[in-house]
Design a protein around this ligand. Structure first.
Ligand code: NAD
Length: 314
């Protein structure tokens, strides 16, 4: 413990960290840990992702999730959702999960955008065996993962969150302790609901405004100087949508999952959230129509297709 912990038990470099999930976000996040001086045992199920990690960081990837969990102080998961996190750690059917390779005392930090309900169920399975769990999802996208300036919302026992704070701070510029286990994942889903609703509102405004002779660029400029401004009008509309790039690095499928989580936790809490439900249905329909691989900013293309006359050009 002493060689991998600070005075208060904080995980400071050169602590060894397992990192599972080397996708759009995982690679730049793991890279930040390496730059900060942590030892990173990284793994992804896809060979191409492991090769990409090695090319970007110059560090060899592990050959299994179990190897990533062996002899480390903490394991970070950055996977599509909480069900996959559970399958990797606990195994499916007779398969032995990666958890078996971890020592008791290891802290599991799920930085994926998982459902808080799944997270609490996972912790109930892990904690009796002496493992600690923190949910620490992120916001800011690939760009902010690349420069280590993500917003991170960490749920879990306060003392455990403080122990992993140095690690999280290597990947993010704002680390919020959000409260009990699952609160980070709830916050993340709610954030993405607000973000998705803002993107749809901006896209609809452009599609409608064009029919009234407004230039799309002018619409964005006016919104950005007015009260309709939001993150999508500022950072996505010209850059990803009007340019026709649709390459933000965050898939439409993952946003659809987040909306399902947000609407689901409202239902779970018995709180009416009618707009969240409309967004959940709209994005699910877009996901079916546009298929795997669509960027979340392509919701604009889906909305354009709903207009009389069909698909519109940005
Ligand atoms: P991604 O699809 O690019 O990467 C996911 C990685 O997980 C892939 O490399 C895949 O091979 C790997 N994987 C899947 N199943 C696996 C398994 N069983 N074992 C090991 N590896 C497995 O996704 P991403 O964009 O990096 O997102 C990761 C998480 O972060 C998601 O929960 C997402 O919602 C969230 N998120 C993404 C962004 C973004 O801008 N991309 C921003 C914030 C949060």
């Amino acid at each position: 413990m002493s060689e991998r912990s600070g005075a208060g038990g904080e995980l400071v470099p050169p602590a060894a960290i397992g990192f599972i999930g080397l996708g759009q976000m995982g690679i730049p996040m793991a890279h930040q840990l390496l730059r900060a001086g942590y030892i990173v045992n990284a793994f992804d199920a896809a060979e191409a992702a492991r090769a990409n990690f090695e090319a970007v960081t110059g560090t060899a990837a592990e050959e299994s999730a179990a190897a990533a969990c062996h002899h480390v102080a903490a394991v970070i998961t950055m996977l599509p959702d909480g069900k996959i996190v559970r399958d990797v750690l606990l195994g499916v059917g007779d398969e032995v999960g990666a958890l078996a390779a971890a020592e008791p005392g290891t802290i599991f930090i799920d930085m994926s955008s998982s459902s808080p309900v799944d997270t609490r169920a996972l912790a109930a399975a892990l904690q009796p065996d002496g493992y600690a769990v923190v949910d620490a999802p992120v916001s800011g996208g690939v760009k902010r993962a690349l420069d280590g300036s993500l917003a991170i919302m960490a749920g879990g026992a306060a003392a455990t969150v403080e122990r992993v704070r140095p690690l999280l701070s290597a990947m993010g510029s704002a680390v919020f302790a959000t409260g009990p286990l699952g609160s980070g994942h709830a916050m993340k889903a709610l954030n993405n609901y607000v973000s998705a609703a803002g993107l749809v509102a901006a896209a609809e405004a452009i599609l409608v405004g064009r029919r009234f002779g407004l230039d799309p660029g002018t619409i964005v400029d006016v919104l950005n100087a007015s009260t309709g401004r939001n993150n999508s009008t500022e950072k996505k509309m010209k850059q990803q949508v009007l340019s026709g790039d649709f390459a933000s690095g965050f898939s439409l499928a993952l946003m659809t999952k987040d909306l399902h989580t947000a609407a689901g936790i409202a239902r779970h809490a018995g709180i009416a959230a009618p707009l969240a439900e409309v967004c959940e249905d709209l994005w699910a329909e877009a996901d079916t129509k546009l298929g795997a691989g669509a960027d979340h900013t392509e919701i604009y293309r889906f909305l354009a297709g709903l207009q009389a006359g069909g698909e519109d050009k940005p």
